[in-house]
Design a protein around this ligand. Structure first.
Ligand SMILES: [Zn+2]
Length: 308
């Protein structure tokens, strides 16, 4: 007997939900449900200052408006600090975690100016501090904590994007597990939450594909199973720009003033190629014919006439 599928949608409510988020929610939900599985909702509000309570509430009610009915209780990351702390302590006991005292300015200065948008790789400044140096620096500053990654490559077998390989030393390099202000890092929280919620399938935007090898490494280090991954293409607007990169993607709250929930679901489904033309439909009505493999690797566009 195979393990039942458990999927999840995990938005970061630092703004209003936009069609790009909703597309991820829809695909994750349909994929899990059509395999007879469950789909969970997790609010990724680790950085509480960026995710105020009103945006969290709006996110949950927007999804409800569109017809999502999540299985199990909603997991809220800002309430999970003790769980992250416990696993962080376990990692701290290995020799792979070290304190980093670098200031933002130091990290910025060590970054080659021509790297632009590409991934920042920490140069390892604090990796070899002696116990005496650490003790002395501790008196002046609360450090962040980084994970020393080995110089090995990890391959993600992605159901949509195919195999994706990254060498951990360059992608991401030694990454932060806990910030100096005590906030746990995204990678750590995601890996712990997925494992503790029994998530077997991760469907999310392909902007996170490059971060996946680091998460798989953490899973391996902690003895957690690695879920199946499907990184869906990002939505591009009629101007060809990715919606996620825009400062002002249209919010669901704005869309819902003009369109019904069924019209919005239908537009997303048509954009993903699940139905040939934009027409009103419900999540349930998309289930019988749902097929993840119709999703292309490249960017997706919403149907003409639908605002982006
Ligand atoms: Zn450092």
């Amino acid at each position: 007997m195979s393990t039942p599928v458990v999927g999840r949608f995990a938005p970061t409510p630092s703004g209003y939900l936009h069609p790009g988020n909703l597309l991820c929610a829809m695909i994750a939900y349909l994929s899990a449900r059509t395999q007879g599985g469950r789909c969970l909702l997790r609010i990724e509000d680790l950085d509480k200052a960026r995710c105020p309570a009103n945006l969290v509430r709006q996110c949950i009610s927007d999804l409800d408006f569109l017809g999502f009915r999540w299985d199990g209780p909603i997991l809220v990351q800002s309430e999970r600090t003790p769980a992250y702390e416990a696993i962080f302590r376990r990692l701290l006991d290995t020799s792979r975690v070290y304190p980093c005292f670098c200031s933002r300015a130091q990290l910025h200065a060590s970054q080659a100016p021509n790297r632009g948008d590409t991934l920042y790789v920490y140069p390892g400044t604090c990796r070899a501090l002696s116990p005496a140096e650490i003790q002395q620096k501790m008196q002046e500053k609360v450090p962040a904590y980084r994970l020393h990654v080995p110089d090995t490559a990890i391959t993600v077998q992605d159901r949509i994007q195919g195999p994706f390989t990254a060498g951990l030393a360059d992608n991401p390099g030694d990454f932060i597990l806990r910030r100096a202000d005590g906030v746990f890092a995204y990678h750590l929280a995601v890996v712990i939450d997925d494992a503790e919620s029994g998530v077997t399938e991760v469907v999310r935007g392909c902007d996170i594909l490059s971060a996946t090898p680091a998460q798989i490494y953490l899973q391996q280090l902690l003895g957690f199973p690695t879920p199946v991954y499907a990184h869906i293409p990002l939505l591009v607007g009629s101007d060809g720009r990715r919606l996620a990169k825009r400062n002002q993607a249209i919010s669901l709250s704005a869309l819902s003033k003009k369109y019904s929930a069924e019209e919005i679901i239908g537009a997303l489904a048509a954009g993903a190629g699940l139905i040939p033309e934009w027409r009103p439909c419900t999540l349930e009505s998309l289930m019988p014919a749902f097929d993840l493999s119709v999703l292309p690797r490249r960017d997706l566009c919403l149907p003409e006439g639908f605002p982006d």
